[in-house]
Structures are given as structure tokens and as C-alpha cells.
Design a protein around this ligand. Structure first.
Ligand code: GLN
Length: 334
């Protein structure tokens, strides 16, 4: 269907209709299973599904269960990396964590054999390293600092799901093992427990699909929240973060994601996916059933549909759809 061929319909209605179509197309996908490594996630209702798109001018269009909260999980890794880059600079961060896709599962216990550093900040080893850097820069204030930035990007105060956090701590033996190996190779400092604690806390932040769309729109708007103009993230850190999201954000599906969808994105095992169309859109989806790689099945499908519907792929040969977004929505009155 070609939205641009419906000139009679106001831009926002065309957008809303497209979102509803995508929702309806993806809703019947019930493959996959909810994450079960902690009781809180295993008990999650598998059915909710929400899709939200926020423009870099502050408009939001939503469909489905977009107010339903879930834990942000690995999506936190992208925002944490952005903050570490801002606080310490790219060179310092790169001396602790690389920017190469690993091709391994997110919780793989594997480091770059050349550098003895985690491959990238989007896998657990790299993300725990980043939490170590945040602790080093901010000490005890790290959690409040990061939570404040997440909240300002989402445009509402976010909080931690205590039971999820406690479960992560109680069962996080693999992450703890990764943490100790990081100390062993010099990628993290002792004591490692406060670093792991920060990692578990940030995985346990509650968000909804609309929050993810707004957080994505803040990245799309080069770090400034489009609603109100709050400057949340540093501009060069956003560029670097989006680059790494593009190549590493969807675990070991990242290469095919780049082919299929072609926008920077990050997923989490809570069922969320955030995607960013540079200077145009933040997209958030939520559906808890995951595929074998840990990505939300409906979320991936919804992004595939939206990308082809609106021509969002970075290398779309006509860029017709995203031109539509640019021409029509971004020029619409706020
Ligand atoms: N808390 C999870 C873990 O560290 C996050 C993983 C994820 O979302 N992929 O295992």
C-alpha cells in the first residue's frame, strides 16, 4: 500500500492507519516464547502488542498496548553506551570495549582475541564493561544519573521494577562470571559487584512502547527531546551510539536486520525493540514472545513492515517513504 497515494487523508491519519495495518498484520504471529531465565519474565503475559512512532518534531502515533510496562533489559545497553561516550570520550571508551559485531549470542563468554576486550557494548560483556565505566565516572551517583537521562529522553520519570532486579541479582551467575573475567583481562575494575548491580538495575527499568518511541526520537533528534527541547544526550555520542546500534543492536541477527530493516535498533529480552530513523523517527514496539536469538518476533516483523511501508531503510533506493515522513510530518504544525 502506498501512503503517499492517498492525498485526501490528513498526514497523521495516514500515519495512524499505516500503524494499525502493521499491527493487524503482525498480531497473528504467535511463534516464539517469553524469556524464562528469571521468574518475572517467565510469568509475563505473552499476548500484549504495541507499536509507537514518534517524530523528531514531537508528534507520536501509537497502536495497541503501548502503555503496558515491561523491563527495558538490553535496550539499556545502547543508552548506557551513549552516556559513557559523553562522560569519558570515544577513545577512552574504546580502550575498554570495541565496536565490532561479534556474531555471537548476547550472553556469550567471548572476548576479542586480539584486544582481550569485549567485542561491542551491545552484548552483555561489553555492556557490563560500560557499566563499570559509568561507575568509575559517576560513583554512587551512577544509577540516579542514568535514570534521569532515560527519563528525560522518555519525557516521564522512569523507575526500576524491584522484583525483576532482585531476580536478576539472584540468578545472574553467568553475568557475574563475565564480570569476573572482565576484571581478569583488565576491562573492568574491582570491585565488580557494584558494576554488576548497576547493570542489573538498568536492565530492570520499566518502560512502555511509547517511551521507547520517544527515547528513540530523542536519539533521532540528535540528543534533544523533541517535546520541550531538553538536551539529553551529547551529539557526537549519539552518532557513535547509532552506528553501533546499526551493526550490533539485534544480537546475532544484526547483519540480516541491516538487510531487512536497515535502521539502527536495539532489542531486549523483555520484548521491547527501539529503532531510530536519523533526524526523523523513533519507533518502539513491545511483544514478549522472542525468537531463538532473543528478539521479539512481532517486533521484528513490525519493523520489517514499517521499513518497507515507509521506505525507512538507510539505503532505500528511492527513499520514497522516509521522504514522505520528512515532507509531510516534519512540516506539519506541532
Ligand atoms: N538482563 C539480561 C541479561 O543480562 C538482559 C539480556 C537481554 O535483554 N538480551 O541476561
Amino acid at each position: 500500500m502506498d501512503r503517499c497515494a492517498e492525498p485526501g487523508l490528513p498526514a497523521n491519519d495516514r500515519f495512524a492507519r499505516a500503524l494499525r495495518d502493521v499491527y493487524e498484520q503482525c498480531l497473528p504471529s504467535v511463534e516464539g516464547a517469553v524469556a524464562d531465565y528469571i521468574p518475572e519474565l517467565a510469568a509475563a503475559d505473552p499476548e500484549p502488542f504495541g507499536v509507537a512512532m514518534a517524530t523528531s518534531t514531537g508528534q507520536i502515533t501509537t497502536y495497541g498496548d503501548v502503555d503496558r510496562e515491561f523491563t527495558i533489559q538490553s535496550i539499556s545497553k545502547a543508552f548506557n553506551y551513549c552516556l559513557a561516550l559523553e562522560l569519558l570520550g570515544r577513545e577512552e571508551v574504546q580502550s575498554f570495549v570495541g565496536a565490532e559485531p561479534s556474531g555471537d549470542a548476547f550472553n556469550a563468554i567471548v572476548f576479542d582475541p586480539q584486544t582481550e576486550r569485549p567485542f561491542n557494548p551491545m552484548v552483555n560483556a561489553g555492556a557490563i564493561t560500560v557499566c563499570g565505566l559509568l561507575r568509575r565516572a559517576l560513583g554512587e551517583q551512577a544509577l540516579d544519573f542514568v535514570l534521569d537521562r532515560y527519563s528525560r529522553a522518555a519525557g516521564r520519570p522512569l523507575r526500576i521494577c524491584e522484583p525483576a532486579y532482585r531476580s536478576e541479582v539472584a540468578t545472574g551467575h553467568r553475568n557475574r562470571a563475565i564480570g569476573h573475567l572482565l576484571v581478569n583481562v583488565g576491562a573492568a575494575l574491582e570491585p565488580i559487584d557494584p558494576t554488576l548491580d548497576l547493570y542489573f538495575q538498568l536492565c530492570s527499568v520499566l518502560v512502555n512502547a511509547a517511551d521507547l518511541a520517544r527515547m528513540g526520537a530523542t536519539l533521532a533528534n540528535i540528543g534533544e527531546n523533541p517535546c520541550g527541547g531538553d538536551s539529553v544526550f551529547e551529539i557526537t555520542a549519539v552518532r557513535d551510539t547509532l552506528s553501533v546500534m546499526f551493526t550490533c543492536g539485534m544480537y546475532d541477527y544484526s547483519g540480516n536486520w541491516a538487510l531487512d530493516v536497515g535502521i539502527p535498533a536495539k532489542s531486549g529480552v523483555g520484548g521491547g525493540v527501539v529503532g531510530v530513523v536519523n533526524r526523523q523517527l523513533g519507533i518502539g514496539t513491545f511483544s514478549p514472545r522472542l525468537d531463538a536469538k532473543g528478539n521479539s518476533v512481532r517486533g521484528v516483523r513490525a519493523f520489517q513492515c514499517l521499513s518497507s511501508e515507509f521506505g525507512l531503510h538507510a539505503f532505500d533506493f528511492t527513499n520514497y517513504g522516509s521522504q514522505f515522513v520528512n515532507d509531510v510530518l516534519l512540516k506539519a504544525p506541532r
